[in-house]
Write a protein that binds this ligand. Sequence first.
Ligand SMILES: NC(=O)c1ccc[n+]([C@@H]2O[C@H](COP(=O)([O-])OP(=O)(O)OC[C@H]3O[C@@H](n4cnc5c(N)ncnc54)[C@H](OP(=O)(O)O)[C@@H]3O)[C@@H](O)[C@H]2O)c1
Length: 348
Amino acid sequence: MSTPASLPAPRTPEPSQAPPLRWAISSTGGIAASMADAIRRHTRQELVAVGSRSQGSADRFAAAWDIPRAYEGIDAMLADDAVDIVYIASPHSQHHADAMAALHAGKHVLVEKAFTQDAEQAREVLDTARAANLIALEAMWTRFLPGTDVIRQLLEGGALGEVTTVLADHGQWFAPDPSHRLFAPGLAGGALLDLGVYPLSFADFALPGEERELAATGDLTDTGVDRQVSMTLRSGAAYATLSTTLAARTPTTASISGTLARVELEPDFYQPTRITLVPRDGESASYDGGTIRGHQAMAYEAAHLAQLVADGASESPLLPPSATLRVMELLDQARRDVGVVYPGEGDR
Ligand SMILES: NC(=O)c1ccc[n+]([C@@H]2O[C@H](COP(=O)([O-])OP(=O)(O)OC[C@H]3O[C@@H](n4cnc5c(N)ncnc54)[C@H](OP(=O)(O)O)[C@@H]3O)[C@@H](O)[C@H]2O)c1
């Protein structure tokens, strides 16, 4: 890892330093396996249980990741007293129910992004956690990475001057498949909640203050979820231009520009490793750090939550509930603008 003198060193602890807590994983899909791998390789966290809709899938996952107890159904898993934290890795439509069940069972939760399918659900989860003295943390892994801490210090220290312009995109190509969760309205599919949440959360992190004004335009898939969305987000005199799509592999870069300097994030910006500070006048400097790369860097968010729980903290200073809720409200606004309504939403 090399950190040029003109860029701050990340203050992020190594994930292996966090005290070990006992984790359960709820759901056995793709990202659940990535998290199990990250935890096993880079932390001292204990994986003690896994829950799935089917016993067979829970058993296979437990065998693959050497997890002692496998349960059919989240309720059986939540009855396990030897669980401190539940990592929720189900489709967006299921996050609220899973998180509420875990909180009612007295467990802290790390909930995959997008946190819930809408802001109303997010508010209920966050309020429930607060009332129970438990932490409900959004697994927006970007926030907890060393590269993000470098940018955080540049922003806090005023190195960029007054931020005026944020650019970020996240597009991936997916073969249209009505049976895939990304295309399924019933599973809260669409580009925004899966991919667009990254540029939106990044912009919320980079823009000053808490005032946010969003306008979005886009189109839908044949199944009725958002296929491609372009957004502008304003905070005072600062603007973010953001895009997301399920139909093309876009550059997935980001930048934050201010009156004194800009910072550029190379692909994929949401797991920043190479970050370049380009001053208005003078030499550029780059940060090439992050020894843990790709999805294994999810270890940072797990370790961060374990440390918060061990410290008796009520929320994360890196991604507080207010920021999670604000991003969910912005996602709601963007969906309204492009005309995406999930089944049952209008009835509440
Ligand atoms: N952080 C990241 O980089 C990242 C990357 C990809 C996805 N994600 C997020 O992680 C979550 C899961 O994504 P994924 O890609 O892992 O999805 P996935 O591979 O489709 O897995 C989702 C799992 O959820 C469970 N599930 C519960 N109810 C379901 C239903 N009605 N239909 C289908 N599955 C259901 C299933 O596990 P059981 O059969 O065991 O119940 C399924 O394997 C989403 O919130 C997504 O946005 C994050």
